[in-house]
Design a protein. Structure first.
Length: 186
């Protein structure tokens, strides 16, 4: 009878441990999803701000059509990436960052534009958004790291594999040139 109770106790403890691991994996996955949602919201805010910025610059530098078209194309490409495609979105956002950098570099040639209150407000809004995107990216990458550790670590990897938990990609810039901060002085 004692042996049967001991075996039963071990089974109950094992089941409770599997439940604990499963719930920890679910929590980590939800944190990752929450983190990605935060990035997505900030990127949407930035995408909505870009047309206003372009229209402001157009008024001062109407003949710079190629730069405007590049920014619009990069914005549209970034917005069109599937929401769950973290790597594709990171790549598209890197291209958009380069295009915005060229737009700000263009503004250097137009002192009236740099002095425009509307342009300064838009630039300040974009700068604030970039900081919020950076914070959201750090949060997401931390949540993805925590989930990835649980998915790879023993014994939670046994539960993760059994219930279909997968590693999440980091939201990072792949091209080293994209990592450089655009030089724009105002």
């Amino acid at each position: 009878m004692t042996a049967l109770l001991s075996i039963l106790a071990v089974i109950v403890i094992a089941v409770l441990y599997v439940i604990f691991l499963y719930n920890a994996l679910v929590r980590a996955r939800q944190m990752t999803r929450e983190g990605w949602s935060g990035i997505d919201v900030q990127l949407k805010r930035r995408a909505d701000l870009i047309p206003n910025l372009i229209e402001t610059v157009k008024g001062y530098a109407a003949h710079e059509r190629q730069t405007f078209d590049a920014v619009v194309a990069a914005r549209n490409a970034a917005v069109s990436v599937a929401p769950e495609d973290v790597e594709g979105r990171a790549k598209a956002e890197g291209v958009l960052n380069q295009a915005i950098g060229r737009l700000f570099a263009l503004a250097e040639a137009y002192p009236d534009l740099k002095a425009s209150e509307n342009f300064r407000d838009l630039q300040g809004s974009l700068s604030t958004l970039e900081q919020e995107i950076q914070m959201a990216r750090r949060y997401y990458n931390g949540a993805a790291r925590d989930l990835n550790v649980k998915v790879e670590s023993f014994p939670s990897n046994l539960v993760a594999g059994r219930f279909g938990f997968a590693q999440q990609p980091y939201f990072e810039i792949e091209d080293a040139a994209d990592r450089a901060v655009p030089s724009a002085k105002f």
